[in-house]
Design a protein around this ligand. Structure first.
Ligand code: TXA
Ligand code: MG
Length: 349
């Protein structure tokens, strides 16, 4: 089953005059038990009808995703939430009315209709209402909640373009809807509302500060700051490597000028030992030659949008080592640093 190749239908809604017809076609595939990749405002998702256990299992197989990693359920409105949770706490209602549709996944106690494969046997379920018109229309037309992880192979970075999805999953999924490049570029914020105070499990598209402003105290899961280190250069902790490019990634966590200086110092060292090295800086310096340099972006919005695409570009260019400069852990920066630290082979402070 696992290595059986299926034909992946390519459906483009970019500049299409028949938007609704195309989405209808994709919804039909979902309702027939297929799995379909689709754009959201964060990253591309790989969806199945949440009620169809077989279809949900296909998602895990296509991604090589371990069965103990639960999926996020995507809905087209608050009414759809009511059917799949035990109850919605007051904080949930406030957050939904302020941040939905948008990049915020909320965790509730699940109702009995949610199959165990979706939640990996947990008594809770993560739910979000995406704001991307393709995602919303797809859920609306299908008329069922769509369980969907990011549409990448396990441990690879999340796809922000249809071409990324095709690289990873072509021949393994039934269809993909191409809706262009995703706007935010990193995944949704995940907040657990079943604990008191609520716990931030994953920083993402909605900043922690905005959530706190709405509901007050929020506890942080230890993984939010990525891995924590004290030394200057740390030994690799390969196990928790995630969102990762094939190349080894060295993350530099220093003030801007010092970070750039350190990046070039390390790049020279590794280049001298015969490695193909790329440097990711906020902006491309004007007059440096002899290094592969890419601009991450001058603000966190741009960095978030570019990060995973740059990882994949570096893989295509067969880079051995990426040296990246970090950003401040504030606003979107918290999510960016979380992804960079999880992807990192070494962190330099
Ligand atoms: O932006 C996003 O959230 C994208 C788009 C497609 O919506 N989705 C996404 O899904 O990033 P995924 O599967 O790559 O990450 C979802 C994470 C899982 O790794 C899991 O740890 C967490 O959400 N999660 C899901 N259900 C959970 C639950 N009941 N309790 C705790 N964590 C949960
Ligand atoms: Mg993922």
């Amino acid at each position: 089953m696992d290595d059986q190749i299926i034909e992946t239908k390519y459906i483009s809604v970019e500049n299409s005059s028949n938007f609704e017809g195309k989405i209808r076609e994709a919804a039909k595939i979902l309702l027939a038990g297929g799995i379909v990749a689709f754009p959201t405002e964060t990253v591309y998702g790989l969806g199945a009808n949440m009620f169809d256990e077989n279809a949900v299992r296909k998602i895990f197989m296509a991604k090589n995703r371990p069965a103990d990693d639960p999926l996020i359920v995507h809905v087209s409105g608050v009414d759809m939430v009511r059917g799949i949770v035990e109850f919605i706490p007051a904080t949930g209602l406030r957050l939904m009315s302020r941040f939905w549709p948008g990049p915020l996944s909320l965790i509730f106690k699940k109702s009995a209709v949610v199959p165990d494969v979706v939640t990996a046997g947990l008594p809770t379920v993560a739910i979000r209402m995406p704001s991307h018109p393709v995602a919303l229309k797809l859920i609306e037309i299908a008329g069922v909640p769509i369980a969907a992880p990011s549409a990448n192979l396990f441990e690879k970075s999340s796809p922000t373009k249809a071409s990324h999805v095709m690289q990873d999953l072509s021949g393994r999924i039934d269809a993909i809807i191409d809706g262009g490049t995703t706007n935010i570029g990193i995944e949704s914020t995940i907040l657990d509302l079943t604990s008191k105070p609520p716990v931030l499990l994953r920083p993402g598209g909605i900043p922690l500060e905005a959530l706190e402003e709405e509901i007050g105290e929020i506890a942080l899961h230890p993984s939010v700051h990525g891995r924590k280190f004290n030394d200057t250069i740390i030994s690799p902790g390969m196990k928790s490597r995630h969102y990762a490019p094939n190349a080894m990634l060295i993350l530099i966590e220093k003030q801007k000028e010092d970070a750039i200086e350190k990046a070039f110092e390390l790049a020279s060292e590794f280049r001298a030992s015969g490695k193909k090295v790329a440097i990711l800086l906020p902006e491309k310096p004007a007059n440096v030659k002899g290094f592969i340099i890419r601009a991450l972006g001058s603000d966190d919005k741009q960095i978030a949008r570019n990060l995973f695409d740059l990882f994949r570009q570096m893989d295509e260019e067969k880079v051995d080592l990426i040296i990246a400069c970090g950003t401040r852990e504030h606003g979107l920066g918290l999510a960016i640093m979380n992804r960079l630290r999880k992807a990192a082979w070494k962190i330099v402070k």
